[in-house]
Design a protein around this ligand. Structure first.
Ligand code: PEP
Ligand code: MG
Length: 579
């Protein structure tokens, strides 16, 4: 029995027999060319690029209805990478300069690009290396004349678990129609597209296992634990029995949760809790209605600004926001103005002005600071939102506010945006205004901020990072990233109490809101609005249905006062065990 650890992608437990995805480019031919052979070789390379493009376009057109909504966007990204000069033109330059065959030129260029990706500081962009390699591999296979598709049909047993070195978004197009119980890959990190697709496909999966494929034989029994991020190869009887029990338990729990979609989120003592969703793109709205969420508590609008060479203009943004508002069918939509910087740096920033070039990007020109530094971008976005607000209930929220002066400055920009619309004779709707509380200074001065806004939303992801001085993206200090640290609990208690006292809405939209470890604590602190990743909504609702809000409020008093992290840990466990 071998146990390997990777990143949990699709939740759940799969037990089955391995099917090794044998693909990859076995041997890349290498030869030198005579001058007169070069034009033909260039034509052969260009034909392979064309074939690759056609294949990806066909796959994009063949995405089944029930496939994850991100899939189309991921395949489009692969098409973009393919047509980029670095993959479609530079290998030709190498081929000409060195008079070598197209396959070898592509290999040289792929290695160069890999190295460039490895040097990128930004975690999200670095992970795009995997996408580049997937496109380059498809192109290489077309050049060599190898099959590019996953031919699964013939070989799949009922309990197949795919074991692949890597799976590209294109590979997963037909997954929903296949009997794939689970999958694992050697490649991929937590924000890779394989991980995102694993989550959306709802297939137990573990990725980033390093060397798993080489350790597994065809049809060998494996367990994929997509909850703990573990792969067990050739499990013994005892482990199999235990995992069968866990699998059954997980499935029963999921079925029970699915029945809660239409239930109101109400505590045992009759407190109505508002459950909202966090989304990153328009297509996620389907999930909102499907799960019975009360609205969108956080639309991370900056994702519209990423993966492109130019800023989206007002008309383009207006189209997107209007479509989104209409799709909400009267439920509230809270649009956060762009929160760029740190790990989200669009290409159109240019090299020198990129905030990531700063020594401490998380303390630099990010969030609202960047909006103020780019007032045209900021006001353009707000004009588009204001115009879309005629179609429904829209809120605007400012990210990363550190002080009242920043909030006031944002409100001045908002007024200017409104004036600009009035001058243009454009109609626009009423919007509620709020700001995020994710910096300790904002948390401690929240009463002054609340006088100027309709609501606040606590971004616990950043609040933990800035309060504890722990980089949220740095694995080496992740053990110090403690959302239930006494300092965080005190700040949460202060913000929630102040907002409730002032009669203003307060929500939490960081990961804490979707983690059932903290549901009872947050209810006890007086929180009545939670906004989270849609995948967590039903389990949080389940916790709410079993909670007595009034009792929790008295139960947490001791916990809030305690300043010893270990003791707080014990008190939190007790609070949760009492459920
Ligand atoms: C947060 O910081 O908690 C938050 C919701 O914002 P983001 O995760 O997008 O930084
Ligand atoms: Mg944040």
């Amino acid at each position: 029995m071998i146990v390997l650890h990777g990143y949990a992608a699709g939740k759940g437990i799969a037990i089955g027999r391995a099917h090794l995805v044998v693909r990859g480019v076995s041997e890349v031919p290498q030869s030198s060319l005579k001058t007169e052979e070069i034009p033909n070789e260039i034509a052969r390379f260009e034909a392979a690029v064309k074939t690759t493009r056609k294949q990806l376009e066909q796959l994009r057109g063949a995405i089944p209805e029930n496939a994850p909504t991100e899939l189309g966007a991921f395949i489009s990204l692969h098409l973009m990478l393919l047509t980029d000069a670095t993959l479609s033109r530079e290998p030709i330059d190498i081929l000409e300069e060195q008079a070598i065959n197209a396959e070898w030129a592509l290999k040289i260029q792929t290695e160069r690009l890999s190295q460039q990706f490895d040097e990128i500081d930004d975690e999200y962009l670095r992970q795009r290396k995997q996408d580049m390699l997937q496109v380059a591999e498809r192109l290489q296979r077309n050049l060599i004349g190898q099959s590019t598709e996953l031919n699964l049909e013939a070989t799949l047993l009922d309990d197949t678990i795919l074991i692949a070195h890597d799976l590209s978004p294109a590979d997963t197009v037909y997954f929903k129609d296949q009997r794939v119980e689970g999958f694992v890959t050697d490649m991929g990190g937590p924000t890779s597209h394989t991980a995102i697709l694993g989550r959306s496909l709802n297939i137990p999966s573990v990725i980033g296992l390093g060397n798993a494929r080489r350790l597994i034989s065809e049809h060998e029994w494996v367990i994929v634990d997509g909850i703990g991020g573990v792969l067990i190869i050739n499990p013994d009887e005892l482990v199999l029995t235990e995992y069968r029990r866990r699998q059954k338990e997980y499935r029963t729990h999921q079925r029970a949760l699915n029945k809660l979609k239409k239930n109101a989120a109400e505590t045992l003592d009759g407190e109505q809790i508002e459950l909202l969703a966090n989304i990153e793109n328009v297509d996620d709205v389907k999930a909102i209605h499907n799960l019975g969420a009360d609205g969108i508590g956080l639309f991370r609008s900056e994702f519209l600004f990423l993966n492109r060479d130019t800023l989206p203009n007002e008309a383009e943004q207006y189209e997107i926001y209007s479509e989104l508002v209409k799709k909400m069918k009267g439920k509230p939509l809270n649009i956060r103005t762009v929160d760029l910087g740190v790990d989200k740096n669009p290409r159109w920033f240019g090299n020198n002005s990129t905030p990531n070039a700063a020594l401490n990007p998380a303390l630099g020109l990010t969030g609202i600071r960047l909006c103020h530094a780019e007032p045209i971008m900021f006001r353009t976005q707000m004009r588009a939102i204001l115009r879309a607000a005629v179609y429904g209930k829209v809120k605007i929220m400012f990210p990363m506010i550190a002080s009242l002066s920043e909030l006031k400055q944002s409100l001045v920009h908002l007024e200017t945006a409104k004036k600009q619309l009035i001058e243009r004779g454009e109609t626009f709707g009423d919007v509620e205004i709020g700001c995020m509380i994710e910096i300790p200074s904002a948390a401690l001065t929240v009463s002054s901020l609340l006088k100027w806004v309709d609501f606040v939303s606590i971004g616990s992801n950043d609040l933990v990072q800035y309060t504890l001085a722990v980089d949220r993206n740095d694995d080496s200090v992740s053990y110090l990233y403690q959302p239930a640290h006494p300092a965080i609990i005190k700040l949460l208690a202060h913000i929630i109490r102040t907002a409730n006292r002032m009669g203003k809405t307060v929500s939490v939209c960081g990961e804490m809101a979707g983690d059932t470890q903290y549901t009872r604590l947050l209810l006890g602190l007086g929180l009545r609005t939670f906004s989270m990743n849609p995948s967590n909504l039903l389990s949080v609702k389940d916790a709410i249905l079993h909670a007595h809000a009034d009792k929790l409020e008295s139960d947490v008093v001791k916990l809030v006062r305690n300043e010893d992290p270990d003791k707080v840990d014990v008190l939190l466990k007790k609070l949760n065990e009492a459920a």
